[in-house]
Design a binder for this molecule. Structure first.
Ligand SMILES: NC(=O)c1ccc[n+]([C@@H]2O[C@H](COP(=O)([O-])OP(=O)(O)OC[C@H]3O[C@@H](n4cnc5c(N)ncnc54)[C@H](OP(=O)(O)O)[C@@H]3O)[C@@H](O)[C@H]2O)c1
Length: 356
């Protein structure tokens, strides 16, 4: 319990209405959710939320429910706080696994304090000294969907099966997942090129994340020609880490090498379209014997310790950079979440509800 205080006001971010097309800030509202008792019911944990993760998959949960939809991606309820991954501090615990003062990460709600009854999706953070807490929303988080570190690490190493010297292309390269894929590719001895949507992001890719080359896809009318014209891939692309879909996928298929691999991580360019664009160059897969494989981060949950063993030392030594874009306060949460779909974020988008 937090000293002698027994209840607190609880600000929340709620979905105002289901979304069709591009999400707007007005689809979300910040409201006072009333008072919350600072006491965890038996079997639950009361958490003070510190950092909330903004992830593109949350857009799907803002759509109306679909028959036969995946329960992992169930629609949010209008009028109720939205949910996602977050980092928090335990205020009071009604289960033996957690105690007051523990730092945890897992599935929580967008509000100042949450009672978490499904404690299976809550994990204790043991390493709080050398790694910033907010990294557990992104670089070091795991579980269910959307956690960028697991996605990038296993998506690149497992799905792409990289070999030293191969040519790697990453789209949405400066984002939460992309920045890590590029760095993992460099550590694996690959040549890596990234695309991003602004000059600032292109500079960041080269100066901070060590990409060999980078370009602004918004300045290119013909992506196929761009990949060729600048000779980023004089011999073609061995590995494409797909984050955006649409025209970029077609351009890559025109430039893929024999036995190329495409890890289909996400297709953010399609998420807000009522009718998804078609892909025209799929026949390249036949002649080039291409393997294209979709994957989701929770496929790799059981292997989380491999990520920690491999990546935490690099983070401590400063050999892996991780750029976050932190929106301060729940009030700025709606703009931060919606901003993912216009490229407003530079790096992993996080909302800081409180710093402790
Ligand atoms: N399979 C999985 O388990 C899994 C897990 C996590 C994420 N993902 C997917 O991975 C991708 C990246 O996610 P993230 O969390 O790392 O997000 P992020 O890259 O940090 O943020 C989204 C970025 O997407 C780019 N973007 C937005 N609209 C676009 C469009 N129409 N065309 C091209 N780019 C666009 C923007 O960057 P620019 O300025 O460069 O346009 C924006 O900053 C998403 O597709 C996401 O769904 C999949």
């Amino acid at each position: 319990m937090a000293g002698s205080v027994t209840e607190m006001e609880n600000k929340q971010v709620v979905l105002t209405e289901y979304v069709t097309g591009f999400p707007k800030e007005s689809h979300l509202a910040v409201r006072n959710g009333g008072k919350i008792q600072l006491k965890a019911p038996q079997g639950s944990v009361l958490v003070k939320n510190l950092y909330l993760s903004c992830d593109p998959y949350m857009r799907g949960r803002m759509s109306p429910p679909k028959a036969g939809g995946d329960p992992n991606f169930a629609s949010f309820t209008p009028g109720s706080p939205i949910q996602g991954f977050g980092v928090g501090k335990v205020v009071d615990s009604g289960v033996a696994e957690f105690k007051s003062g523990d730092f945890v990460w897992g599935v929580t709600s967008w509000e100042e304090y949450s009672i978490i009854s499904n404690t299976k999706t809550l994990f204790k953070i043991t390493n709080t000294e050398d790694v910033p807490l907010s990294y557990y929303t992104g670089l070091l988080g795991v579980m269910v969907v959307g956690m960028p570190g697991v996605t990038a690490y296993f998506g690149f190493h497992d799905v792409c099966a990289p070999k030293k010297g191969e040519y790697v292309f990453v789209s949405a390269a400066s984002g939460a997942v992309g920045q890590l894929v590029g760095q993992f590719a460099k550590l694996a001895g690959c040549y890596v090129v990234g695309s991003a949507g602004s000059k600032q992001k292109v500079e960041l890719l080269k100066s901070k994340f060590g990409f060999d080359e980078a370009f602004n896809y918004k300045e290119e009318n013909d992506l196929d020609a761009a990949l060729k014209r600048y000779r980023y891939f004089p011999e073609g692309i061995d590995i494409y880490f797909e984050n955006v879909g649409g025209k970029m996928l077609d351009a890559v298929l025109s430039n893929i090498r024999v036995h190329g691999r495409i890890a289909v991580c996400g297709m953010i360019s399609q998420y807000n379209l009522e009718h998804h664009e078609g892909v025209h160059n799929l026949a390249a897969m036949i002649y080039k014997r291409v393997r294209m494989q979709g994957f989701v981060s929770f496929d790799y949950f059981a292997r989380y310790s491999e990520l920690l063993d491999d990546v935490v030392p690099y983070v401590k030594e400063g050999k892996i950079a991780y750029v976050e874009d932190v929106a301060e306060g729940l009030e700025n949460g709606p703009a931060a979440l919606v901003g993912l779909f216009s490229g407003r974020n530079v790096g992993k988008q996080v909302v800081a509800v409180a710093h402790e």
